[in-house]
Design a protein around this ligand. Structure first.
Ligand code: NAD
Length: 267
């Protein structure tokens, strides 16, 4: 399944305006089979970068790669830290994106699920950053983009593992920024509110059933309550914000968290 060629036959590549900073560079995006990760992988390829697209669901990243010869699909369970150690190290732009949600009161929260979420959303980013930094340092340039969440900065009840993992990712990102600065490596978090992806669509359906209300009401009355801009975010908007972090204005943006939360954290 691994196809390492960055350039293939013309016709299936969707390359937009090239970003000179990415010339000859490689990116790795986790959770690239769906939602935000797929949009980010497409955005990187549009900038002309070869992209390793990693996902638990190998079929999804293979389907993504079938649309663009710059994308190489890699099936991997990122909650299996030994498997993470088998992923490529020659990464100039690392996008830690893969994630999952589990909603339960703390006293009923399954400890194995808690550990799995922490491995997937905090320990695997640590392993991937650790593996990529020597390559980035050797080249004097690197970009670590961590897809955090409004829940990296704020808590909600019943999401203990997710909120803990995202808050941990915020800390990991800042330490990476401080250590990487002298080597030309930046590290930042992106903090969206609700983005229209399968992860959120499943929550909408679940909550509609639980509360006995329509899916539109779940979005309006539950999800959009904390935000001032009353709409879901599209994955392409988050990918466009990520592109800022490997673009020409990115060199001094580091150790920070870019909110795309419709005003949630302004309260
Ligand atoms: N959708 C939102 O509203 C929202 C808001 C803020 C932050 N985020 C964050 O954005 C990231 C992407 O979320 P999304 O909404 O695009 O979700 P999604 O469910 O659409 O995509 C997540 C991808 O991660 C993959 N994945 C899950 N477990 C994995 C594992 N063990 N190993 C490898 N891959 C695995 C899934 O197969 C899937 O393709 C997550 O970290 C999420 O926390 C999402």
């Amino acid at each position: 399944m691994i196809r390492l060629t960055a350039a293939g036959p013309a016709g299936r590549r969707t390359v937009g305006p090239m970003n000179a900073l990415l010339d000859g560079k490689k990116a790795l995006v986790t959770g690239a089979g769906s939602g935000i990760g797929a949009a980010v992988a497409r955005r990187l390829a549009a900038d002309g970068t070869a992209v390793y697209a990693v996902d638990l669901d190998a079929g999804r990243v293979e389907a993504l790669a079938a649309t663009n010869d710059l994308i190489t699909p890699l099936g991997c369970d990122l909650s299996d830290l030994d498997a993470v150690e088998g992923l490529p190290r020659d990464v100039d732009v690392l996008v830690n994106n893969a994630g999952r949600q589990h909603v339960s009161r703390i006293e009923e929260f399954d400890p194995d699920t808690f550990s799995n979420i922490l491995r997937l959303m905090l320990e695997s980013p640590f392993r991937l950053i650790r593996r990529s930094l020597p390559h980035m340092y050797a080249r004097g340039w690197g970009r670590v983009v961590n897809i955090s969440s409004a829940h990296g900065l704020r808590a909600s009840p019943y999401k203990s593992a997710y909120v803990s993992a995202k808050h941990g990712l915020e800390g990991l990102s800042k330490v990476t920024a401080l250590e990487g600065a002298e080597h030309g490596v930046t590290s930042n978090c992106i903090n969206p509110a609700y983005v229209r992806t399968p992860l959120v669509e499943a929550q909408i359906a679940d909550q509609a059933r639980t509360h006995g209300i329509s899916e539109d009401e779940v979005v309006e009355k539950i999800m959009l309550t904390p935000v001032a801009v009353k709409r879901l975010i599209e994955p392409s908007e988050t990918a466009e914000l990520a592109a800022l972090l490997w673009g020409p204005a990115s060199a001094s943006i580091t150790g920070t968290s870019l909110s795309q939360d419709g005003g949630w954290t302004a309260r």
